[in-house]
Design a protein. Structure first.
Length: 222
């Protein structure tokens, strides 16, 4: 049972497919890739590809490429606050865009929602669903996913007959998960700092040891 499932214990829920929750489409980009006129120049904007979708439900701060005004006419614009999911390469990365951008064809764009739903609640469940699917896949890698399969993904909607209460529950679950995520990030940061310090200490003592051996004697490094 996932942490999300635990948070919904004792709550009346209705498992609803993505097809019944939202409408989505793929992004687009003029072909072939690599032509100079598709990139940069006056009026260029962020162009989101799989590599630009992070692992923290956000896009990277600055996309690898910028799409030119010419290419923008053949791509798909998404405003800030749009939910994206990668469908090729590293499948299953989810993000809520924090800036306006254009999106590549390797990414699904959620254009509108058919029910009232908290976006953060929605993306947390999407991320969890992909994690479950990866665990079931050979080598823990989802090699491909069709639109039909994607539409069948199910999201639990709490108190479906009471939209106001449903949103309140969703908001509280998001608050709990955000707190957990922040604590995890802080712990990871502290552990990374400790590991970096230990590596520096090891390198220092190793260098001192090698120097002393070159001089033909050992020193006390306490």
């Amino acid at each position: 049972m996932s942490e999300l499932d635990k948070l919904l214990e004792g709550v009346d829920v209705e498992w609803t497919t993505l097809g019944d929750i939202a409408t989505f489409r793929r992004g687009s980009f003029p072909q072939p890739y690599g032509r100079k006129e598709w990139y940069d120049g006056d009026g260029a904007m962020p162009f989101v590809q799989v590599v630009d979708v992070g692992f923290d439900l956000k896009l990277v701060e600055d996309t690898k490429n910028k799409i030119s005004k010419v290419a923008q006419k053949k791509s798909v614009f998404v405003p800030k606050g749009t939910v994206l999911v990668t469908l090729q390469g590293s499948i299953g990365r989810v993000a809520i865009t924090q800036y306006d951008a254009y999106v590549d064809r390797t990414i699904a764009i959620f254009q509108s929602f058919k029910i009232d739903i908290n976006l953060k609640y929605f993306v947390y469940h999407l991320e969890t669903k992909f994690s479950v699917e990866k665990e079931k896949a050979r080598g823990n890698i989802i090699k491909t996913i069709t639109k039909a399969d994607f539409e069948k993904f199910e999201i639990p909607i709490p108190c479906p007959d009471n939209p106001k209460k449903s949103l309140e529950i969703q908001k509280e679950i998001v608050r709990t998960l955000d707190t957990f995520t922040e604590l995890t990030t802080e712990l990871t940061t502290e552990l990374t700092k400790e590991l970096t310090a230990r590596k520096k200490q090891y390198s220092y003592y190793r260098e001192q040891l090698l120097r002393s051996r070159k001089r033909g004697r050992m020193e006390d490094f306490e």
